[in-house]
Design a protein around this ligand. Sequence first.
Ligand code: CP
Ligand code: NVA
Length: 311
Amino acid sequence: KQTFKGMNFLQLADYSTDQILYLLNEAVELKKLQKQGKPHSFLSGKVLGMIFEKSSTRTRVSFEVGMLQLGGHAIFLSSKDIQLGRGESISDTAKVLSRYIDGIMIRTFSHESVEELASHATVPVINGLTDLQHPTQVLADLLTILEHKGKLAGLKLCYIGDGNNNMAHSLMEGAAKVGMDISIASPSGYMPNEEITKRAAQAGMETGSTVTITTDPYEAIKNADVVVTDVWTSMGQEEETAIRLKAFQGFQVNEELCSHANKDFIFLHCLPAHRGEEVTSEIIDGPHSVVFDEAENRLHAQKAILKLLLS
Ligand code: CP
Ligand code: NVA
């Protein structure tokens, strides 16, 4: 039995391997209950506030539906409409919201803002994506890999594309914590954050897995069981779109590149995707793709986080 009392969910680095596996196990159980139509009102009467400073389809809907299925309620708080958007401080917002609600989910730009919110809130804070990390997505990704491969430790995951974004960083931490080798291929100039890379490599030493960074997508994808990519231009980087389109040529996940992965590889993408840019439709809409299972698993993985942190 693991204790999650007083914990936030800001990045996977804050969680032990056992805690991550416990969360995944909880997600599997909650998914079963939901599929069997059995009530699972573990958060009856609890309310989650969801602050969004960026767009969202999956995160918003899965958290809202997740709270409802757990017997609670979620409130959508667009930063444009709450006083935060007019300059009210993060600390005052955290203190006030903590008087009303049982947990806060936030999607914003700066990771430091989420840490600041968490340091002033007296209720758990969940990171729904920052420029640096997307941990709830990666928990869902691990659940999806586990379902399709039957295990995590010992597999090889490769990530092709923007190594310096939230998905690459959270995947590195998540893979290393569960003992999966991870290989990231990115153009120079788009390499992962060094501190996060070091932290992931350290975690990998404890679980017996490796973190490899390269500029060669063929090296990264060789013998990969799981192939992952993400958009070349993340939210907030729209002005760099043209430069990025050029920089990422040669890093598209297509049939030719994937012919170098293991025969039974699975393909993951957190979505939204740009077909014809980071991935071809042959791959994302093809037989190896599990992107819609992955999207569904946001719901089940987050319900596990909500149940363990808010109850
Ligand atoms: N994958 C993901 O976080 O999707 P949304 O931006 O739609 O929430
Ligand atoms: N890297 C992407 C992920 C979207 C879910 C972004 O930040 O826009």
